[in-house]
Design a binder for this molecule. Structure first.
Ligand code: CA
Ligand code: CA
Ligand code: CA
Length: 248
C-alpha cells in the first residue's frame, strides 16, 4: 500500500518537475533501502538525529522522572513515549530497569548521559538483543555522551537494564531512526550538488562525497565541476550550465 502510494507520488513529482525544471530521476535506489534495520555500513549516528536528541536532553519540558526497577522485569516503568528525556533514578550503586515497547519495527537509538553498561532484553523470550552500534557522542552544549542502537520489533516489551551510574541518575533519550532519516546524494565532482539517481536515506553519518543538495545534471569529476544548478548559464557554449534543462 505504502509502496503504491510512493510510486504514485513519485510519478506526480516527475510530471510536476518535468514541467518546471530538472526532472526527478526514477527512485529505484530508494526502494531498495526500505528496510528499517540499521543501515549496512553505518558507523555513527548523523548530526541530525544527535542534535534532535540533544534538544530533548536540554529541554526541561521534555524531562520525565522515572524510578527504575531494581530487577529486570517486564512490569518495570515504561519509557516508550516519544520525544522525551527520561531521568532514570537507579537503585543506589546498582543497575535499574525500565521497559520500552516500540510502536514500529526498526532501529532505535538510546542516547545517554553516562557511558555505563546497558542491556536490552526481549521480555517475551528473555534473549539479550545485540547492540547494532555504539559510540561516544560529542555535541556542543549537549549532556548526552554515548549512544547504543538496537533493531527492535513492534509491540514487543523490551527490558532496558542500565547502570550503575554516577549519582544514580541516568538520562536516556530514545530515538526512532526513521523519524530522523535524511536523503543524501552522491556528489562525484565535488561541486556541492549531487546526482539525483544515486542516493542514500539514512540517520547515520553519510558516506563521504554525499550532499543534501541535488539536481546536478553533470556530476562527472573534472568536467562537471562548473555545471550545476548554482552555475551561471553561458550563452552559446552548447552546455546547459545551470541544469535548468535549457541553453541560451
Ligand atoms: Ca556534483
Ligand atoms: Ca556538476
Ligand atoms: Ca541552462
Amino acid at each position: 500500500m505504502m509502496k503504491t502510494k510512493r510510486i504514485a507520488l513519485s510519478a506526480l513529482l516527475s510530471l510536476g518537475l518535468a514541467a518546471c525544471g530538472p526532472m526527478e530521476e526514477p527512485e529505484s535506489t530508494f526502494e531498495a533501502q526500505d528496510s528499517q534495520e540499521l543501515e549496512a555500513g553505518c558507523t555513527s549516528m548523523g548530526t541530525g538525529i544527535t542534535s534532535h536528541a540533544c534538544t530533548h536532553a536540554s529541554n526541561p519540558l521534555d524531562e520525565v522522572a522515572i524510578t527504575a526497577s531494581a530487577t529486570r522485569t517486564t512490569s518495570a516503568p515504561s519509557i516508550s513515549t516519544k520525544h522525551k528525556a527520561y531521568d532514570l533514578a537507579l537503585p543506589s550503586g546498582a543497575e535499574g530497569s525500565v521497559t520500552y515497547v516500540p510502536a514500529t519495527t526498526g532501529s532505535y537509538a538510546f542516547y545517554r548521559t553516562q557511558s555505563v553498561p546497558i542491556t536490552v532484553i526481549n521480555g517475551a523470550t528473555s534473549a539479550t538483543v545485540a547492540s547494532a552500534l555504539t559510540h561516544a557522542v560529542s555535541a556542543s552544549g549537549c549532556s548526552l555522551t554515548t549512544v547504543n542502537v538496537y533493531d527492535l520489533t513492534a509491540g514487543t516489551t523490551y527490558i532496558v537494564a542500565t547502570g550503575p551510574a554516577t549519582g544514580n541518575i541516568l538520562t536516556v533519550v530514545p530515538e526512532f531512526l526513521n523519524d530522523s532519516r535524511t536523503r543524501y546524494y552522491r556528489d562525484a565532482d565535488g561541486d556541492g550538488y549531487g546526482n539525483n539517481a544515486t542516493s542514500v536515506y539514512t540517520a547515520c553519518t553519510p558516506p563521504s562525497g554525499y550532499t543534501t543538495q541535488r539536481f546536478d545534471c553533470n556530476d562527472t569529476p573534472g568536467s562537471g565541476v562548473s555545471i550545476n544548478p548554482g552555475a551561471t548559464e553561458v550563452c552559446g557554449n552548447g552546455i546547459d550550465d545551470n541544469c535548468d534543462g535549457s541553453q541560451c
